[in-house]
Write a protein that binds this ligand. Structure first.
Ligand SMILES: Nc1ncnc2[nH]cnc12
Ligand SMILES: [Zn+2]
Length: 363
């Protein structure tokens, strides 16, 4: 990455930590169930009289070592069984948004796995109303805007996804879009085309996970068959120069999740992560946290890890933040005000005398 030059390196000093946390950003790839911290999981289990198959908070936390996406998903679906009521979903989203605020998030487009909750008998209205209530509070109290993206589980039958969309229809006005997630290998996007078409006809935006574990062909297929406007992860695009050209000329953003990729072993280390190459090739890349409770960090923690381990500069971080606004589904007016926030951050960083920390604590 040209922007890893020593000159501007955010090398993890006290100053750059503050600046990376204060950098105004949009989070576009965040599974709300993946923000369920072990402590809250046990609190909700107690509240709802659900027995978790873990002895303690520490026991649960000690299992956060994964060999691949499937291994993570098994734990993720087991733990989310504590989510039962509208209040549970509101509490979960409130906890995330509180942390997100401290990480400089000014806009959050939040995924949720409706099918997993419907299977436990939780009504779609309880899920959507609880999450919406927390988003409305965050906007009122902290000026954080946001939206909800219903993700279809690609390892369940297409008919199940279709039924989930039907179940969500009474709350379609509260949704921003639809996505596609869960176990990727062996579950290509194409069969979900009719469900995505129905969602788009209902006015919803479309995104999909592709090229996380599976090859670049899955990204191509998601673009060709689902009409997606962004690709979640998409890191395997680096293997296909023609696909890169398509992403660059079409300005199709990738919502990349560096710590997730390392924890799920889709890349060996942050040093080997394709993010710098994708940026250099001209792809609209964004940095996100995916399932931060499980992967060792929220979104600013991802920026910080990249600065410490992959030489991310403050200038490159600024570019990633600008990309996150451009890649978001905000209105032009909101985008302009978010860009102005980044401009103010950039001026404060550049005008600061050397060695003088930026004002204010990160939290
Ligand atoms: N990283 C990920 N990939 C696919 N599905 C997911 N669901 C939650 N996290 C996911
Ligand atoms: Zn994801």
């Amino acid at each position: 990455m040209s922007e890893t030059a020593a000159e501007d390196t955010a090398s993890g000093t006290g100053e750059s930590v503050i600046e990376l946390f204060q950098l105004p950003k949009a989070e576009l790839h965040l599974h709300i169930e993946g923000t369920l911290e072990p402590g809250l999981a046990f609190e909700l289990a107690h509240r709802n009289r659900v027995t978790l198959p873990f002895g303690s908070v520490e026991d649960l936390a000690s299992r956060y070592r994964f060999e691949n996406l499937r291994g993570f998903l098994d734990l993720y679906y087991t733990t989310m069984a504590v989510l039962r009521t509208e209040d549970d979903f509101a509490d979960l989203a409130r906890a995330y948004l509180g942390r997100a605020k401290a990480q400089g998030v000014r806009h959050a487009e939040v995924f949720f796995d409706l099918q997993a909750h419907l299977r436990r008998g939780v009504p779609a209205e309880a899920v959507v109303d609880g999450l919406s209530a927390a988003l409305a509070e965050a906007e009122h109290d902290a000026g954080i805007t946001g939206g909800l993206i219903l993700c279809f589980l690609r390892d369940l039958p297409v008919a199940d996804a279709d039924a989930a969309l039907t179940a969500a229809m009474p709350r379609v006005d509260r949704l921003l879009g639809v996505g596609l997630d869960s176990a990727e290998l062996g579950h290509p996007p194409g069969p979900f085309a009719p469900v995505f078409r129905r969602a788009r006809e209902a006015g919803l935006r479309a995104v999909a996970h592709a090229g996380e574990e599976a090859p670049a062909a899955y990204i191509q297929e998601a673009l060709d068959t689902l009409g997606v406007e962004r690709v979640d992860h998409g890191i395997r695009a680096v293997d296909d120069p023609r696909l890169i050209e398509r992403l660059v000329t079409g300005r199709v953003p990738l919502t990349v999740c560096p710590l997730s990729n390392v924890r799920l072993k889709t890349v060996g280390s942050l040093r080997e992560h394709p993010l710098p190459e994708l940026m250099d090739l001209g792809v609209v890349v964004t940095v996100n946290s995916d399932d931060p409770a499980y992967f060792g960090g929220y979104v600013a923690d991802n920026f910080l890890a990249l600065s410490r381990e992959a030489g991310l500069t403050l200038r490159a971080a600024e570019r990633l933040a600008r990309n996150s606004i451009a890649a978001s589904f905000v209105t032009p007016g909101r985008a302009a005000s978010l860009i102005a926030e980044v401009d103010r951050w950039a001026h404060a960083v550049r005008d600061r005398p050397p060695g003088r920390p930026a004002a204010g604590p990160p939290y």
